[in-house]
Ligand binder design. Structure first.
Ligand code: SF4
Length: 395
């Protein structure tokens, strides 16, 4: 048995950690690419969500590399995510891959422990001796997912200050491989300092005062850099700080009902959308309000074309919240037709707009420059975020 799962940005070391301790062999699909998207699009229903198509393409790639067991997350929410695995399995069988199993990883409510079923199915055993291995796998998964979120946080901040373009990107790749290779809990406990010490080594220009932008949206598009046209790197290289709470870890903790930051965002969004309508709609609205109050310069919302919950969030932001909170926002709807050049032009125009707005406010005597820097740094983020801010601020 050779197990695989689709790509979702930096998340692969965590997914690997969930299955490796069970003794199963794992093969990763190649990073999502043009060919995978082409295959996914060709074999998917035309109007299905874009993540369905790209993950199907990843699956085909993994099958060509020998995978026979594929794991796909599912949810029971009001949108289409709940049926991805069943339809994908059928399509793969119709394509001639009759031996393939797509195993659902139920993450609708992790406290219902339906995901244990997935672990049993993947390991093909009901032996109780598996239990310690399964517990180890879950601990490794959670720890690695947290470190991946930390790497993402540091990356979003430091890239805006790097003197040698590409340093941050190279370091992130190196850290992910290092994280993947670290399987002992005793070593993993020290990984946080590995991350901070590595980022300290990057040569940064501390005199810059980058714009601060919040990035939010549908989870697959926002995390998978091929699909979002590497928006985080592009912004960072334009010397923009990217603040993103959304990560695999953020999502999993939410599904364990322990994500108090998300509860705060739900509270902010409640007057506009009083319940979860799928995707990240509720939290995108909460993020918009939260970031506007924190004095950010802009807000970016990325989502798949035809994604109902995210289109709802976009409509509420443009028609209502923008008037009330006056935080510039730009929206990117992604699908197989998204082109890199038009995308770059829009991002650059948005950065110009935010710069002009900030300059204008400064001219008006509003001493906003330093206020914004200290305010947006002091009210956002966890203790790891603050460590990275300290690296930037310490001469
Ligand atoms: S969140 Fe959007 S893209 Fe994802 S399954 Fe639901 S409708 Fe589709």
């Amino acid at each position: 048995m050779l197990v695989s799962f689709p790509n979702m940005g930096h998340s692969w070391p965590a997914f690997k950690a969930l299955f490796k301790p069970l003794g199963v062999d794992i093969v990763l699909p190649d990073p999502t690419n043009r060919e995978a998207v082409k295959i996914g699009v060709k074999h998917s229903p035309e109007f299905v969500c874009f993540p369905f198509k790209t993950t199907l393409g990843d699956f085909v790639n993994a099958i060509e590399k020998g995978a026979d067991t594929l794991v796909m997350a599912i949810d029971c929410g009001p949108c289409r995510f709940g049926f991805y695995h069943a339809v994908q399995e059928r399509i793969l069988h119709d394509m001639g891959y009759k031996h393939i199993r797509v195993i659902p990883l139920d993450q609708a409510d992790l406290l219902e422990f339906k995901w244990v079923q997935t672990i049993l199915q993947v390991s093909q055993t009901k032996n109780l001796l598996l239990l310690p291995k399964a517990i180890n796998a879950v601990i490794l998964f959670l720890k690695k997912a947290k470190y991946i979120a930390d790497i993402q946080t540091a990356e979003g901040l430091i890239r805006a200050y790097e003197r040698n373009q590409g340093d941050t990107t190279r370091l992130v790749k190196k850290l992910l491989v290092q994280l993947d290779e670290t399987d002992k809990l005793s070593e993993l406990r020290k990984f946080r300092s590995v991350i901070t010490n590595s980022f300290k080594e990057i040569d940064i220009d501390r005199d810059r005062n980058p714009l601060k932008v919040a990035l939010a949206g549908e989870i697959h598009v926002t995390l998978e850099h091929y699909v979002n046209l590497d928006i985080r790197r592009r912004l960072g290289e334009l010397q923009v700080e990217v603040h993103q709470n959304l990560s695999l870890y953020d999502w999993v903790v939410h599904k364990f009902h322990l994500n108090y930051h998300r509860k705060w965002l739900e509270y902010l969004a409640r007057p506009h959308v009083p319940m979860d309508i799928g995707g990240e709609c509720v939290w995108v609205l909460g993020e918009y309000i939260d970031r506007a109050r924190a004095g950010f310069n802009g807000f970016i919302h990325t989502y798949p074309f035809t994604c109902m919950p995210e289109v709802t969030a976009r409509t509420i932001i443009t028609n209502k919240l923008k008037k009330e909170y006056d935080l510039p926002a730009i929206f990117f709807s992604m699908d197989e037709h998204s082109g890199s050049e038009g995308f770059r032009t829009r991002i650059e125009a948005f950065v110009d707009l935010m710069n002009a707005r900030r300059d204008q406010k400064e001219k008006q005597g509003d001493n906003i420059k330093d206020n914004l820097k200290s305010k947006s740094h002091s009210v956002n983020g966890n203790s790891f975020f603050n460590e990275i801010v300290q690296i930037i601020n310490t001469k």
